[in-house]
Design a protein around this ligand. Structure first.
Ligand SMILES: Cc1cc2nc3c(=O)[nH]c(=O)nc-3n(C[C@H](O)[C@H](O)[C@H](O)COP(=O)(O)OP(=O)(O)OC[C@H]3O[C@@H](n4cnc5c(N)ncnc54)[C@H](O)[C@@H]3O)c2cc1C
Length: 378
């Protein structure tokens, strides 16, 4: 059967748009299926308040597509390199990473989400070979990139195992009295996890907050007025960056560890959050999702000339490679969550001892930093 499209990509998030660009540049005919824009809301839809920590592999992929949002005209800068990272557990124990001793330009890059989505949307609009449609067309291969609540995945009967965490991530942006100095800071305090990610360039004084707390506490934080929420953050991080002011509208994200049992079937593949989701404490969800995108594009590009795009054997190559990578990252993230959430004094003492040892043992630190940067074999 001849169809108009080689590939139908469902979902126009970062993963879906990046895959559409990669495949169209490989001369495949792509339909990107997005939701119709809702009628104009007089109150306006609040932009995504988050910023993503993206690793070197994600940056390289987006740069190769010319959608890395760091153009000179962008002011304030939408990309901030992380030169140092500091992780503490509420005691005197802490671990520091720095890009220089890991032999890297930066540990990661903090990227403004609306700027990235806008850059991608423009590139998709001007890329020959991509049609933006609102109904799913027939295609040799359908790729589901609808995020973790994907209705098409569920309607197709893919089994999706979900283990909710007891936490909601409160995301917000704050302007601080002091500059962040390119440092990403993270505190693990009695099970809560508070991260301040540097924004607006190396000299900036704005940060993106991701504060993972029990659901009830998250609801209380989100009900605070802007001054009270900014004060609560400043207090929780012991005024590390001085006085803080809230920018924009905070939002809450209930957290879960989830994974589809199978990521492919004949003619269909699940990609990124539609296949898996993890706790954001290590800032790896989209990095793993973009790893899926790159691998699927590679597998399709390198297929034997006689294989169809929807061939199950072909798609299984993608599934095998990516399930292993997701499994390793989800295992590490889930164990970190368990380790830092423990209230048992003996475990806490062991953890402090481990953190001090880890901080002083540079080969292990360098390996961990490189792993998180997406430089798996380096
Ligand atoms: C608080 C928080 C902080 C995070 N921080 C980081 C970080 O620092 N680094 C990192 O790597 N990851 C991070 N993540 C994870 C990251 O947000 C996700 O991994 C990423 O958004 C997944 O992208 P996606 O395109 O797969 O899915 P989504 O971003 O969920 O996009 C899915 C798209 O599909 C569309 N869609 C859904 N259903 C349909 C349908 N039926 N038809 C058409 N379209 C549909 C949606 O409208 C949306 O546009 C964080 C997550 C949270 C919650």
């Amino acid at each position: 059967m001849s169809t108009k499209y080689d590939v139908a990509i469902l979902g126009g998030g970062v993963a879906g748009q990046t895959l559409a660009l990669l495949l169209a540049r490989d001369r495949l005919r792509v339909a990107l299926v997005t939701r119709p824009q809702p009628p104009a809301d007089p109150a306006g839809v609040a932009p995504d308040i988050r910023a993503y920590a993206l690793n070197a592999a994600s940056r390289q992929l987006l740069q190769s597509l010319r959608v890395w949002p760091d153009g000179p005209a962008v002011s304030p800068p939408a990309v901030t390199p992380v030169s140092h990272m500091w992780v503490a557990d509420g005691s005197e124990a802490s671990v520091r990473f720095d890009a220089q001793s890991s032999g890297a330009e930066a540990l990661s890059w903090i990227v403004d989400v609306p700027a990235l989505e806008q850059t991608l949307a423009q590139a998709v609009q001007f890329q020959p070979g991509i049609d933006i449609v609102h109904e799913r067309p027939a295609a040799a291969l359908t790729v589901i990139c609808e995020g973790k609540r994907s209705s098409t995945r569920d309607a197709m009967g893919f089994e999706f195992d979900t283990r909710p965490y007891t936490q909601t991530a409160v995301a917000a942006r704050l302007r601080c009295e002091r500059q962040h100095g390119g440092v990403a800071r993270q505190w693990f305090i009695n099970g809560d996890i508070l991260a301040l990610l540097p924004l607006e360039g190396a000299q900036g004084n704005a940060v993106a907050l991701v504060w993972s707390v029990p659901h009830e506490r998250a609801a209380q934080l989100l009900a605070l007025d802007s001054t009270a929420l900014a004060d609560a953050v400043a207090q929780a991080c012991d005024h590390a960056l001085g006085h803080m002011e809230l920018l924009g509208q905070p939002a809450g994200w209930p957290l879960e560890l989830s994974r589809a049992r199978h990521w492919v079937r004949p003619g269909v593949a699940l990609v990124s959050d539609a296949a898996h989701a993890m706790h954001p404490l290590a800032g790896q969800g989209l990095n793993v999702g973009l790893g899926d995108v790159a691998e699927l594009a590679r597998v399709l590009h390198e297929r034997e000339y006689w294989r169809e795009l929807g061939d199950l054997k072909l798609l299984r190559r993608y599934e095998r490679a990516r399930q292993a990578d997701f499994g390793a990252m989800a295992w590490a993230t889930d164990n970190l969550f368990g380790l830092f959430g423990h209230q048992d004094g003996r475990i806490q003492a062991l953890r402090r001892w481990g953190m001090r040892g880890f901080d002083q043992f540079s080969p292990l630190k360098t390996w961990a930093a490189r792993r998180a940067m997406g430089r798996i074999t380096a």
